[in-house]
Design a protein around this ligand. Structure first.
Ligand SMILES: [Zn+2]
Ligand SMILES: [Zn+2]
Length: 170
């Protein structure tokens, strides 16, 4: 029996067996590395999965079945995309009176003609109703007289040069 075995157990077979064994070990180690890396990227408890992956073959199969569906990077990207969409939605609003969708720079509701924004008397930019000063030209909202100092002497009370150019623009 042992003679037959030693006859079969040739150096060639020994070498082939060793190669297969080494390949299996490499595969096993790589599978553990893959599980740990994948679990880490997916934001799960990778050290727990590393222990599971120590079970040959079954550990990797279990991980493949139970791993969370999304990579952490993908999830971050998805959250970013959702935030971006919300931002875009915020650009548009609804008319407070009738609920009609209006854009951010609408002054009137196109549906019910409710005034949504004030207009700057000086530069005609649309202003939020809560604003007390125009952020574009620094004119106080509501207090500025329409068309100030048309052709009269230049005033130097507020800003240099700006009011001296006269009210002939617009
Ligand atoms: Zn409306
Ligand atoms: Zn203005």
């Amino acid at each position: 029996m042992s003679e037959l075995l030693s006859q079969l157990w040739t150096p060639e077979l020994q070498a082939a067996f060793t190669v297969v064994l080494v390949l299996l070990v490499i595969l096993y180690v790589l599978s553990i590395v893959w599980v740990v890396r994948d679990a880490y990227l997916r934001g799960t408890m990778w050290y727990l999965w590393a222990i599971v992956a120590l079970v040959p073959v079954l550990g990797v199969i279990a991980y493949c079945l139970l791993r969370p569906p999304l990579l952490q990077l993908d999830r971050d990207e998805q959250e970013l995309e959702i935030a971006l969409k919300q931002r875009q939605l915020m650009k548009y609003g609804e008319c407070a009176a009738c609920g009609y969708p209006v854009e951010a720079d609408f002054v009137l509701c196109p549906n019910c003609h409710t005034q949504l924004k004030n207009l700057c008397m000086r530069c005609n930019h649309a202003l939020e109703p809560s604003w007390t000063v125009c952020p574009y030209c620094a004119t106080p909202v509501g207090s500025a007289a329409p068309a100030p100092s048309s052709g009269s002497r230049p005033r130097r009370s507020s800003g240099q040069g700006r009011s001296s150019r006269g009210g002939a623009q617009k």
